[in-house]
Design a protein around this ligand. Structure first.
Ligand code: GLN
Length: 305
């Protein structure tokens, strides 16, 4: 297995030069564009890794699945999906046009930025610090890693330059999708996107989904089975944004990407996969990471379809 992973990483490194770092968050341009790594944790407790699996990066949009879990556990699925849809999109992850033109009168799904910001606004807590601390503590539990922290420079960089996310959020305040103070909701969103992880952390989160919500190392149920079913479905249909259809055909694993270069992929009943590769394609997915997953899914026949 280790040999297989090394071969897959080395043969796909050439794709990194074709991608770009996410420059709209200035701090993310400091990442190593050539990096590529993978970490796999299996349900039998085995760990396999290859490449630059140890580098740290910010979780970015992968955090959207974590806030969705908490919002559903706080409010129930019917309330959450009364404010956010569950339809895939053909537009980009920061699309504004979808907000005004779709006839749902709510963001299309919780994986695009508008939907994720609305989701964060539904998480309970007396103030923004309590809401963020619930998200961070829950993420630590999902990865079994007490040391997770926010990358302060990425957080500040994103908060300073986040005009597009502000536009989405204020629009949703005007239509009452967001009920709380907009700046407080955005502050939590920027912070959750700036939580720093490794490919190992992502593989651990994925493993909890592969095990239907029970942490395989502590045997604690972290979320109801029904919630894992909803999240895996939303990841499959919307997790890779407007590339989700192609990704389902070629790879066939519930997955979520982030502009920090991470991809989390779940092989249900088998393993959790974490990928890092900061060079992105034009849709905001790790360009070489997608190729790595394609080879891995093919070699190990992982597609759920
Ligand atoms: N923090 C990023 C943003 O809001 C997340 C986007 C992403 O990872 N696709 O733009």
């Amino acid at each position: 297995m280790e040999k297989l992973l090394e071969n897959i990483i080395e043969s796909n490194r050439r794709y990194t030069v074709q991608g770009e770092l996410a420059s709209y968050i200035p701090e993310l341009t400091k990442a190593n564009k050539d990096a590529l790594g993978i970490f796999i944790t299996t349900l039998n407790g085995e760990e396999f890794y290859a490449g630059d699996n140890e580098i740290k990066f910010t979780i970015q949009s992968i955090s959207k699945i974590i806030s969705l879990i908490i919002a559903i556990m706080d409010n129930g699925k019917d309330y959450v999906f009364s404010k956010v849809g569950m339809e895939p999109t053909k537009d980009s992850f920061n699309s504004i046009i979808d907000l005004e033109l779709n006839d749902l009168n709510k963001p299309l799904n919780p994986m695009i930025n508008a939907g994720a910001i609305a989701t964060v606004s539904m998480i309970r807590g007396k103030d923004k610090d309590e809401v963020f601390s619930r998200i961070l503590e829950f993420t630590k539990k999902l990865c079994g890693n007490e040391d997770l922290k926010v990358n302060e420079s990425v957080y500040i960089s994103e908060k300073k330059t986040g005009s597009r996310n502000r536009a989405l959020a204020y629009f949703m305040k005007s239509t009452s999708i967001i009920e709380k103070d907009v700046e407080e909701v955005l502050d939590v969103y920027f912070k959750q996107c700036s939580i720093e992880v490794t490919s190992k952390d992502l593989s651990k989160i994925a493993l909890v989904f592969a095990n239907e919500g029970v942490s395989p190392w502590s045997e604690e149920r972290i979320m109801p089975k029904e919630v894992t079913r909803i999240i895996k479905t939303i990841m499959t249909t919307c997790g890779m944004y407007d590339a989700s259809g192609e990704f389902a055909v070629n790879i066939g694993l519930p997955s979520k990407s982030g502009v920090g270069g991470g991809i989390l992929a779940v092989a249900p009943g088998k393993m959790g996969i974490g990928i890092v590769g900061p060079a992105l394609d034009e849709k905001g997915n790790s360009i070489a990471g997608v190729e790595v997953l394609k080879d891995l899914s093919h070699e190990l026949e992982l597609s759920i379809f």
